[in-house]
Design a protein around this ligand. Structure first.
Ligand code: MN
Length: 195
């Protein structure tokens, strides 16, 4: 079946269906009800060469919190499931991504231990319908559900659309690298023998 996952998750706050293929070509079909968030997840799929379908019915009449956070939980769970035993993958990945005036660093270790290091200063309350304080919540949810060490740091940037998009693209490129197979690695890349 390859490195893919299909997940449905229904709570009183959100109803989420997601399919992910780590070894895709960047095809995406994404409907979260938040236009800017769709734009970001499309960028994530395209630049990481992940195939991603996502449909979210969230309680947007409240705000975007549950929709964004729960999407992060489901995406992280799918990444973890799709990677399985993590044999022969690089494990580490990083990217310093420029986008006009913006520069965002992302570094990943698929260590099996969740951690989020986050330093991304945003200066507007929202971009479109997307509440900018949800960027941290999204990556926190992804890092914990995937059980990955994830660092995201703004090195430069003024425009909030650019900074958030830079973060999603840097995350995509770093994750693509960390999940890529390396034929020199037999078993998992750890002296412990497990990740
Ligand atoms: Mn854009």
């Amino acid at each position: 079946m390859g490195r893919s996952a299909e997940i449905s998750r229904v709570t009183r706050e959100t109803d989420i269906r997601l399919t992910l293929d780590i070894d895709g070509s960047g095809k995406a079909d994404i409907h979260t009800g938040i236009g800017f968030f769709d734009h970001m997840l499309n960028s994530f799929a395209r630049h990481g060469f992940f195939d991603l379908t996502l449909s979210v019915k969230g309680d947007l009449e409240v705000d975007t919190h549950h929709t964004v956070e729960d999407t992060g939980i489901v995406l992280g769970t799918a990444i973890k499931q799709a990677l399985g035993d993590k044999k022969s993958i690089r494990r580490y990945g990083s990217m310093i991504l420029p986008m006009d005036e913006t520069l965002v660093l992302c570094a990943i270790d698929l260590s099996g231990r969740p951690y989020l290091g986050y330093d991304v200063l945003l200066t507007s309350e929202r971009v479109g319908e997307f509440e900018t304080e949800m960027l941290k919540e999204f990556f926190y949810a992804v890092s914990y559900a995937t059980e990955m060490n994830l660092h995201i740091r703004k090195m430069a940037g003024e425009n909030n659309h650019h900074v958030i998009e830079g973060a999603f693209k840097a995350f995509a490129k770093a994750l693509d690298e960390a999940t890529s197979p390396d034929p020199r690695i037999t078993g998992v890349l750890s002296t412990k023998g497990t990740l």
